[in-house]
Design a binder for this molecule. Structure first.
Ligand SMILES: C[S@@+](CC[C@H](N)C(=O)[O-])C[C@H]1O[C@@H](n2cnc3c(N)ncnc32)[C@H](O)[C@@H]1O
Length: 329
């Protein structure tokens, strides 16, 4: 019911249920009570699950080419390197059984970046990598084993969603949580941040690298973006979308120059994607949980986790790729 499908268009929005719950009103998503809200959140999580089980390596190459073309380079490497650097600066003690959890670990790049910057964790750190994509975790395990950065006995993988892993890990057992380019896969952040707060020991650290912009918070931005793409039937389909969302841009979250640049950059990325996308690959969907880094800061504070550094912006004048360093009180 919420899905936006554009027949023949190389850019597909997907469902606005995937954007931040704080922007649902802009997309005309309504609920009457907590139960209805939770049902919508569950649908949003299902939409994300579906996306991650249908991601293909070939499709990821389209994404990488689009990022290069949009001048973002290897955005994920930038984020991982910065997450590693910030962990290095924390100066964690190499005490025995120091426990690190990597949420949305993928094929291990974040953990590797952390181990490179904080080599003291090699001997006494225990790493727990969490991801719903089994094949990525297998790759992470074998890459980490080959890298010599960590021994097999210090590595555990949990094949599943962060929300489930956060419930199963013992309370107060974790010294550091890292999450790179992973947390924006949630429309509703509170349960994730509550879960992180639960597993962190008091004084434990959280380092988040992520994409931030306001593009997906407002239909008007997405409509403008689609205007820059050509496809048969565009005029009729865009007119229908304008009609569907014509009253829904009130209360747009306030922006900043850094977020305005971030919006331009994410827009350029998707216009590049429309050009390079191999038509035989299923399309990646645009609407995601990217939001201003300030939303992470305030949501974390509500869960007893204070941001100590950041947003550390990796692109000049832009919030698009940013890192936050936070600590459980
Ligand atoms: C862009 S990749 C980042 C991987 C890795 N952190 C890195 O930077 O190389 C995002 C990862 O988040 C994972 N992911 C998506 N939803 C998740 C969830 N609910 N819980 C845990 N991981 C999730 C995906 O499977 C994917 O591996």
């Amino acid at each position: 019911m919420h899905e936006i499908e554009l027949s023949g268009c190389p850019l597909q929005p997907g469902t606005p249920l995937k954007v931040s719950t704080k922007a649902w009103g802009n997309w005309g998503i309504e609920w009457q009570n907590d139960t209805e809200f939770q049902e919508l959140v569950n649908k949003s999580e299902e939409a994300y699950d579906q996306e991650w089980t249908s991601t293909s390596g070939k499709g990821l190459r389209d994404i990488a080419r689009a990022a290069e073309m949009a001048g973002l380079g290897d955005a994920n490497k930038r984020l991982n390197d910065a997450v590693g650097t910030e962990v290095g600066k924390i100066g964690l003690n190499a005490k025995e059984n120091l426990c690190v959890v990597d949420l949305g670990a993928g094929s291990g790049d974040t953990t590797m970046a952390v181990l490179r910057s904080a080599p003291q964790l090699k001997e006494n750190g225990r790493f727990c990598l969490v991801d719903p994509a089994k094949s990525s975790l297998q790759e992470a395990r074998s890459r980490l084993a080959k890298s010599g950065l960590i021994g097999e006995k210090n590595l555990e993988v949990i094949s599943g969603k962060d929300l489930d892993a956060l419930q199963s890990l013992p309370a107060g057992s974790v010294d550091l949580v890292v999450a790179n380019a992973a947390l924006h896969h949630h429309a509703f952040l509170n349960p994730v941040f509550q879960g992180i707060a639960r597993i962190l020991r008091p004084g434990g650290w959280l380092v988040i690298g992520d994409w931030h912009c306001t593009m997906w918070l407002k239909p008007i931005g997405v409509l403008k973006l689609l205007d820059g793409v050509e496809w048969p039937g565009k005029a009729k389909q865009l007119a229908a979308l304008r009609d569907r969302f014509r009253t829904s841009d009130s209360g747009i979250l306030s922006s900043s120059p850094e977020l305005a640049i971030a919006d331009q950059q994410i827009g350029k990325f998707w216009l590049s994607y429309a050009q390079v996308k191999d038509p035989s690959n299923p399309p990646f969907l645009m609407l995601e949980g990217h939001r201003p880094a300030g939303e992470y800061v305030s949501e974390l504070a509500e869960c007893g986790i204070r941001v100590r550094r950041g947003p550390i912006r990796l692109l000049p004048g832009s919030e698009l790729l940013s890192v936050l360093v936070a600590q459980k009180e």
